[in-house]
Design a binder for this molecule. Structure first.
Ligand SMILES: [Cu+2]
Length: 120
């Protein structure tokens, strides 16, 4: 059996490594420079808002907060979110109005699930 002090030292080292790792992760998270977070809430069968606005050239973390099986796909911007991929960082550059529809055939209200992303 090992000496108890050796075991304590090993545990302390392990604890230190664990703390060091988790603080690294936090820093990595901050390192991704994002100007804005845009949460788009979806539920059966509507998007919470009919209009979402971002500024051209702004780096945005788009987050899909969906209750139910819904998605967003705006080809012109390369934005694609669904329950398997709920966030994406993008910098929309072209000003314009980008209407979108739920990208997943989710049920009877699917066709009414529309909204517009405005890049201004
Ligand atoms: Cu849908």
């Amino acid at each position: 059996m090992k000496h108890p002090i050796a075991i304590a030292a090993a545990l302390a080292t392990l604890a230190f490594v664990t703390v060091a790792c988790s603080s690294n992760q936090v820093e990595e998270h901050h390192a991704a420079q994002v100007d804005k977070e845009m949460v788009i809430k979806a539920s059966n069968y509507t998007f919470e808002s009919s209009e979402y606005r971002v500024k051209a050239g702004e780096t945005v973390r788009f987050i899909l907060d969906s209750t139910g099986n819904h998605g967003i796909h705006i080809k012109e911007l390369g934005l694609k979110l669904d329950p398997n991929q709920t966030s994406q960082i993008l910098t929309p550059k072209e000003k314009g109005s980008y209407p979108f529809q739920c990208s997943i055939l989710c049920g009877p209200g699917h066709k009414e699930m529309t909204a517009t992303l405005i890049v201004e």
